[in-house]
Design a protein around this ligand. Structure first.
Ligand code: NAD
Length: 572
């Protein structure tokens, strides 16, 4: 028997393990209660079993191995009893002030945003809604902080890095609360928010703190025409950062972490659906000693965002959201000649080559991660499944089996793999696409409705369409829900052609037992990011879209360049 592998220290919250119970492979979320020297005591969060030191409580031998990435229990290959109905933690959170200039300040009006939980349809909090006057105050604070000759933008990068690391520590100490707020608001399964939203921002801050320490901001060059030229990379200025609701913490950090490393200051506008979690970011920034005005937060809707984008006293816009909003923002920035990075929508292809391993026991987790993560409300999902004609039915069956094995539930339940849509309006939109798919002649293989087990919450069943033509609306437009379209192709050439027959170019994946062949196909797909047998965006490497999926990139050391201004100083 292989000894257990425990990926985290005891007490760090749930982690995902896969292992053998009485000879059958099972996957589940477990709370590490104790881990010492290769043995562990684990409690299955479903209440099904307790594993002790490689032995089940009953004394039956088990082996288990940690999953590389704590995504969730997605594949009950052994029969498992239904998850215990747990009373999940409810919350009511109120913010009557706005975080501006390093402090919680009174807003200019008494207007508020009411936040409703996606799983429960109950009010879970309310917060002050920023108005134009508040955006003006936030921009003023960011401007003052940026222009201070002894301030943040003029600090040695190493000094900024120290504060960024303290900021990361302060976020870590709030990780559990961050995950809970995100999940309660937008319906992201807590397993996913714990693995990503609660950890990625701190990891990014530490990554960019390192970049700050090692980056070159000044370079001497011998001029071709004589003399010497100093080429500088100065901090760009005040950044207006606009964030969507799907991964509110990570996508905010995609912007503030490199911006802080560069020496910029920010005014951040979260989505109205997910602003409660940003209060914790404000508290962490203050606790870490980020100077007043370096980060300011103005919760509000589209109008507040539009006002910020066109504000005369900011220097750059960093936006993640829909392609429609991105185009509107690009027009304003174009007119104002204002630098902008745009991370927009996607309709990526998951290309299953004819030699792909379709055994869910080996590839199920990665297929889930790349097609349905966060019930499809993830920009880089491969929602067009391109299947070879020779294995078409097998591919359809595989995705139907994967989708039907997923546990639908309250986002705060650790066993949940598929939570609700983030808002009622968004569920309507997703359901509209499902209706369109049927009307255009696609074959509904699985799902298509609302799960009968849920009487509250904006749930949509995982849905698989077969016999989809790439010209159908469901294959061309971003649905942003748990809806996959399986499209037939005849050879690799045609697969690449269909993959590229899209307005978008953000993510994608190629599934094959031959990595070299997969790499060859991947190089021909017009996209900003693609994985061979799956991927999750990695902080080390640029992430961005082509075509209608965006302009510029985030992540990787390169992202710092988007927050710097190049200046050449000639010395004769
Ligand atoms: P959205 O475009 O409706 O809103 C995003 C943010 O922009 C919100 O804060 C919103 O209030 C604000 N906003 C909307 N219109 C604006 C305008 N004209 N000016 C300024 N601000 C404006 O998008 P959403 O529904 O919140 O998020 C889902 C979308 O985000 C999907 O299309 C998804 O693909 C995309 N997304 C892209 C990436 C990426 O990295 N490419 C990542 C996550 C999400």
């Amino acid at each position: 028997m292989t000894p257990p592998v425990v990926p985290r220290e005891a007490g760090n919250g749930p982690a995902c393990y896969q292992g053998y119970l009485e000879g059958a492979l099972v996957t589940g979320w477990f709370h590490p209660l104790e881990s010492r020297g290769g043995s562990a005591t684990l409690e299955d969060s479903t209440g099904y079993s307790t594993l002790r030191g490689g032995r089940r409580a009953s004394g039956v031998d088990v082996t288990f191995r940690a999953m590389a990435c704590a995504i969730g229990a997605f594949r009950p290959v052994a029969a498992r009893p239904p998850a215990k109905q747990e009373e999940t933690k409810r919350m009511t959170i109120t913010y009557d002030k706005l975080f501006i200039g390093g402090d919680w300040t009174s807003p200019s009006s008494d207007r508020t945003i009411t936040v409703v939980g996606a799983s429960t349809e109950e009010i879970i909090g309310s917060l002050a809604e920023a108005q134009e006057a508040d955006v003006d105050a936030a921009v003023d604070a960011a401007r003052t902080a940026f222009d201070d000759p002894n301030g943040w933008s003029n600090w040695e990068p190493g000094r900024r890095a120290e504060v960024m690391e303290r900021f990361a520590d302060a976020l870590d100490s709030r990780a559990e609360e961050i995950a809970q707020r995100v999940s309660a608001q937008n319906g992201m399964p807590i397993a996913i928010s714990s693995a990503f939203e609660a950890t990625f921002p701190a990891a990014l801050l530490r990554f960019y703190a390192n970049v700050a320490r090692t980056m070159t901001t000044e370079e001497e060059r011998a001029g071709l025409l004589g003399g010497t030229i100093t080429v500088r990379r100065d901090p760009l200025g005040v950044v207006g950062a606009i964030v969507p609701w799907n991964f509110p913490q990570s996508l905010a950090a995609f912007k503030y972490a490199p911006a802080l490393a560069a020496g910029c200051t920010l005014v951040m506008k979260p989505s109205p659906e997910t602003s409660l979690d940003m209060g914790l970011v404000a508290d962490a920034a203050a606790e870490a000693g980020l100077p007043a005005g370096v980060i300011n937060i103005v919760p509000g809707g589209r109008e507040v965002g539009a006002y910020l984008v066109s504000h005369p006293r900011i220097d750059k816009v960093a936006f993640t959201g829909s392609t429609g909003a991105g185009r509107a923002i690009a027009e304003v920035c174009g007119r104002m000649l204002r630098p902008v990075t745009l991370e927009l929508g996607g309709k990526s292809a998951a290309i299953i080559l004819d030699d792909a391993d379709l055994d869910l026991a080996t590839v199920g987790e990665k297929l889930f991660q790349n097609t349905m993560l966060n019930q499809g409300q993830t920009c880089f999902m491969g929602t067009r499944i391109l299947a070879p004609a020779s294995r078409y039915d097998e591919v359809v069956d595989t995705f139907a089996a994967l989708a039907s094995s997923l546990t639908i539930g309250d986002a705060l339940d650790p066993g949940t793999q598929i939570g609700p849509m983030a808002s009622s309006a968004h569920r309507d939109r997703v359901e509209g696409y499902i209706a369109k798919g049927k009307a255009e002649g696609a074959r509904l293989v699985l799902g298509g409705g609302r799960p009968k087990s849920r009487d509250k919450g904006w749930f949509v069943e995982p849905t698989i369409f077969a016999d989809v033509d790439n010209k159908f609306t469901i294959a061309q437009e971003e649905i942003f829900g748990p809806v996959l379209s399986v499209i037939k192709y005849n050879d690799d050439e045609e697969a690449v052609r269909i993959a590229n027959d899209s307005e978008f170019g953000l993510g994608g994946s190629v599934w094959t037992r031959d990595p070299a062949r997969g790499f060859g196909v991947a190089t021909r797909v017009q996209t900003g990011n693609i994985g061979i047998n799956g991927f999750v965006p990695d902080p080390s490497s640029p992430f961005g879209g082509v075509k209608a999926s965006g302009l510029g990139t985030e992540l990787g050391p390169e992202a710092v360049h988007h927050y710097q201004q190049i200046k050449s100083i000639y010395k004769q």
